[in-house]
Design a protein around this ligand. Sequence first.
Ligand code: ADP
Ligand code: MG
Length: 207
Amino acid sequence: MSAAAWIIRAAALVASEADRLTRLDAAIGDGDHGHNLDRGFTAAAAAIDGAAVDREAPPGRILIAAGRAIVSRTGGASGPLYGTALRRAGKALGDAPVVSAAGLGDALRAALDGVTELGGASEGDKTMVDALAPAVAACENALAEGGDLETCARAAAEAAAAGADATVPLQARKGRASYLGERSIGHIDPGAVSTALILRALAETAS
Ligand code: ADP
Ligand code: MG
């Protein structure tokens, strides 16, 4: 798996879905999520494409650099959360020259731990955790059944998409959407949608 290819693919998907993500955030937030994330991922992809990051560096190093770019360029609550997720994933991979299936499972788990430590959200709070937590569980289940890296990534992407859809009936208990109380019910969480998108990019590049 190429970490550089993942981030570059994620940046392309985020750019093409930025308007939709921002519209979703306009319904229960402040209408900036897609453009926030587009700025961050564009910066991360540019760092990888440019001289700032050695594309031949170990995948863990690339994810740490991407996370750093995202923290510095993404506004809103999601910037530090996604930046932390990628830096923690990168640290979990360490300097391993290639990502193993088990390594990917550990990296996704570390990303989830980083997001929950920083944001304090649990599953059911209508946040990106509602996509990321089932994704980690699905990847770990796939690995326990002997699945390879591609199987783990695909399982994670599918579970994240289902987890995002399942945020619609939830009431937000974290982040800006929680200010709406019951009025947050009936809308999908934009951060859960973007997490599913980023994991779809992973599945597409993990083969
Ligand atoms: P902001 O809410 O500051 O405008 P964004 O619009 O970029 O930031 O991101 C909103 C998304 O961030 C939400 O849809 C939600 O998924 C996620 N989010 C907000 N707060 C938290 C938190 N405490 N833990 C996890 N995710 C969160
Ligand atoms: Mg917002």
